[in-house]
Design a protein around this ligand. Structure first.
Ligand code: UD1
Ligand code: MG
Length: 458
């Protein structure tokens, strides 16, 4: 990969950055206009990430961060772990952004209602700067989000450097979630769940999950990060699926913030918070995708997958819409459940399960796992049943013994269903499917929720 930017790229990135700086300089006239500032920062995040991914590629290769593109005729080595660049740009942007959402409050808290000329009463001077007016709880949420994301990035880079074992990997996000869970505990602390109508006679209207609610949130972080990492292996799919999820959450946020939504809505602030976390994420991810899309010039590494999953978990939990988030993660959830027989070693799991590249046709086919030892009866029978349901491609020998099957991922299942295809067609197909499921999920969430719950919180 050429390590320099072309002329058009330089001009486009420069003009985008200048426009964003201009917008930022203007935000200080009013209340800080945090949403506008956040959009401008996301544009900056895009430009910086785009340029850095290009400039740093060779340095990463020299340090050994490289991988072979397995689905190509020439299996060339390209930089790996470039998601770390995206994640770091993102974190710095979040940190620099801190003054904006709190600008109004900082002014109010430091000058007695925004009026700096007022003579201060002695009492007020002694309590300092009327700090009680400042929304410390919101700042704490924001800082805990940054801290959780920072931990996951550190741990992700560790994994990319040392290939941590699967059973240890799983726990990484749970540890990273601690700062956010503590703030949730101290600040919000709601561990009750609204009970669906049919269950109300037994459980009442609200059911207190207590500490289980914290376990649920930790599990959500584990699930969200790891499920993105195992829906991986073809160019662009890790980043593009994350972008689809992010854009769908933004859509959901906009439903609460649009001029047509009732205002002030109790959820306005948490959905603004969600946007502040997601817009820069979209910025860096787009820049990364432009280098990772077919034919990929860089790989994103496990760092990106963990980081993206954690952004969603933090966003959903601190933004109080974790159930909506689960709806948007349904394709990843299906892939996870479908993968379970291999993940939990009921059937062998090769190191790589990504589709197989057929050098003769140039197309991807479902990759297969061979069963050297005969499978136990119930497992062989289950595989045959899955084959009959068209959920797996199983090969049997003349004695009826199962000798091989397609690997248990939706990437391979897609190829079993629709036949061999080029790498980018496969990615686009799955992304289209994911978008459709996500939109349907949101529709169900907002239109049908009334059937199961008495009130939609919209
Ligand atoms: C996960 C999957 C594994 C899959 C791998 C691909 C499970 C349990 N693990 O493992 O089955 O093969 O992701 O990312 O489901 N690569 C490509 N093209 C791409 C992306 C990756 O060829 O578009 C290859 C490259 O050689 C790259 C390597 O995959 O170096 C990265 O694999 P890694 O992320 O380390 O695998 P895992 O996350 O452990
Ligand atoms: Mg990976």
């Amino acid at each position: 990969m050429s390590a320099t930017l072309g002329q058009t790229e330089v001009y486009s990135l420069l003009s985008l950055s200048l426009a964003c700086f201009g917008i930022l300089a203007n935000t200080f006239h009013g209340d800080g206009e945090p949403l506008i500032a956040s959009i401008a920062f996301s544009g900056l995040a895009f430009s910086i990430c785009y340029a850095l991914v290009r400039w740093l590629g060779n340095a990463f290769m020299q340090r050994g961060f490289k991988g072979r593109d397995l689905c190509k005729l020439k299996k060339t080595e390209i930089p790996e772990t470039m998601g770390a660049v995206a994640a770091l740009v993102y974190l710095f942007i979040l940190v620099i952004f801190i003054p904006w959402p709190f600008y109004k409050d900082i002014v109010a808290a430091t000058s007695g209602g925004g009026n700096r000329d007022v003579m201060k009463e002695l009492e007020e001077v002694e309590t300092g700067r009327l700090l009680h007016r400042f929304p410390h709880n919101k700042l704490a949420s924001y800082l805990s989000a940054i801290l959780s994301l920072q931990s996951i990035v550190l741990l992700g880079i560790g994994d990319d450097m040392f290939d941590i074992r699967w059973r240890h990997k799983v726990l990484i996000p749970a540890v990273a979630a601690i700062p956010m869970l503590i703030v949730y505990f101290v600040d919000f602390g709601v561990t009750q769940m609204v009970v669906p109508k049919p269950l109300r006679p037994y459980l009442g209207e609200l059911f207190d999950l207590g500490w289980l609610y914290y376990a649920y949130m930790a599990l959500l972080s584990i699930f969200s990060s790891n499920s993105i990492n195992i829906l991986a292996g073809i160019n662009g799919i890790e980043v593009a699926q994350s972008l689809v999820i992010a854009v769908l959450i933004v859509l959901n946020d906009i439903l609460y913030l649009s001029p047509f939504a009732p205002y002030p809505h109790p959820a306005t602030d948490s959905h603004l918070f969600s946007l502040y976390l997601l817009l820069p994420f979209i910025g860096v991810s787009l820049a990364l995708l432009m280098h990772n899309w077919y034919p990929a010039r860089v790989f994103v590494g496990d760092t990106y997958c963990y980081f993206a999953g954690m952004v969603f978990a933090v966003d959903g939990i601190l933004g109080h819409f974790s159930k909506t988030l689960i709806l948007l993660l349904l394709p990843q959830g299906f892939n996870f459940v479908y993968s379970a027989p291999q993940l939990f070693k009921l059937v062998p799991c090769p190191r790589h399960r990504l589709p197989h590249f057929n050098a003769r046709t140039g197309l991807l086919e479902a990759s297969r796992v061979e069963f050297k030892k005969p499978l136990s009866l119930p497992i062989a029978a289950s595989l045959k049943l899955l084959h009959r349901l068209r959920l797996l491609d199983v090969e049997t020998d003349e004695k009826g013994q199962v000798v091989s099957s397609s690997n248990f991922t939706i990437l391979n299942l897609w190829l079993v269903w629709f036949g061999p295809m080029r790498e980018d067609r496969l990615a686009l197909g799955l992304l289209g499917f994911q978008t459709a499921v996500g939109l349907l999920g949101l529709f169900v969430r907002h239109r049908m929720a009334l059937l199961v719950f008495t009130a939609d919180n919209w």
